[in-house]
Design a protein around this ligand. Sequence first.
Ligand code: GTP
Ligand code: MG
Length: 450
Amino acid sequence: MRDDTIAAIATAPGQGGIGIIRISGSEAERILREIFRPAGFPADAPWESHRMMFGTIRDGGETLDECMAVVMRGPKSYTREDVAEIQSHGGTQVLRRILEAVTARGARLAEAGEFTRRAFLNGRIDLSRAEAVMSLIRAGGEQERRAAVRQMKGGTADFIRKASDELYTLQAGLAACIDYPEEISDEEGAGTLHEGLSRLTETLKRSVDERSARLIYDGMQVTLFGIPNAGKSSLLNALIGQEKAIVTAIPGTTRDTVEGEMILDGIRVHLTDTAGMRDTEDPIERIGVERSERARQNADITLLILDSSRDICEEEREWIRQLKDSDAVILNKSDLSPVITEETVERVRPGIRCMKVSALDEGSLRPILDFLRKSAEIQDQLAVTQPRHLEAVKRAVGHLEDAMRTLETWTPDMAATDLQAAQNALSEITGDRADEKLLDRVFSDFCVGK
Ligand SMILES: Nc1nc2c(ncn2[C@@H]2O[C@H](COP(=O)(O)OP(=O)(O)OP(=O)(O)O)[C@@H](O)[C@H]2O)c(=O)[nH]1
Ligand SMILES: [Mg+2]
């Protein structure tokens, strides 16, 4: 591990009330002392650790800013090294000049995620907690933030370490069978192992809820679909409370997909309004229609919008039949006298969810919101949510299943190899076993200064 001193601007680029420069490494305090003079302290007085001081930053006789600064001596710091932080005014030029003054005195510019990488390498946090830090910074939805906090508090690491301990016990059992074949019969050994392995496999499988994980990180894709003039754009606008899509009485108004976003119970819902589906000679509209079709295919949920004041057409019947059970039909324009009713839809597709609304009456949209809310429900206490972790757990499960198969023919040496492979996959999550390449991959996703 490199033990030189690193520095970076930790706050986001641009103008802000304050900006923070962070320095970590054995030279951190010396560098800060050379450029920062606290007000009301004799120049050579010792500084207290973790105590914020007010003063001036100077470089070559020039004052760069008046600011706050603090020294946090290791190991009681984020990286467990000596850390110094300067809180200056948050202007691009101020921060740049201070950072230059710091690097001129021997610090190196930190790479993306390097502070957190040091926290990990110095044993302060495991890899899953390190990743949680970045997830928290990135969280755009409340569910994502909650999952990140759970992971940061060690939820993922605890769960994985417990599974890993169980696996170690099973590995020890298998090793005993291999070493003392005369004392443990094959059937007995295989039976106990098989039981333990299937229990562990089930626990791990239950923790892999990819749908919920995707909802947390990517949100839910909802597509509004239907023939021209059904009121798709009006509904998009009403749902997001913004005049995002153009609405007119002319069929074929929407030519391209239009996106809107709302947050329901902490989950981001991406709504896509599409061009009305019809056969058309117009080349631009045709491209729009193709995009509508694609949006429907990529959607988690399709809302088929019908204008309930006119008769249903054959194409609409076909779409109703094609809907997934989790999709829904929206009978729009319910303020006009109805031609299509819930019964009409029920006859085409018994059991499909159907809601009567009017885009002109916001209050009538409640059923749609409740329906989407219900669709976005997730298991809240998920232990494993991050894609990298899910992938590793799935790999571990695969190896455990291989091991169970090899046990059926009692080839314990092969089973031992499978169990070790499963163990390795689990330890990638906490980083108990992580090579440089894995760390590079994880930390390159971080921002500089974290
Ligand atoms: N009375 C009534 N009119 C509505 C309702 N929803 C939409 N409209 C009207 O229906 C017409 C078409 O609405 P749009 O929202 O543009 O329909 P669209 O499905 O997006 O149409 P395309 O973009 O052409 O595919 C407009 O004149 C709307 O004002 C409703 O609930 N009730
Ligand atoms: Mg439209």
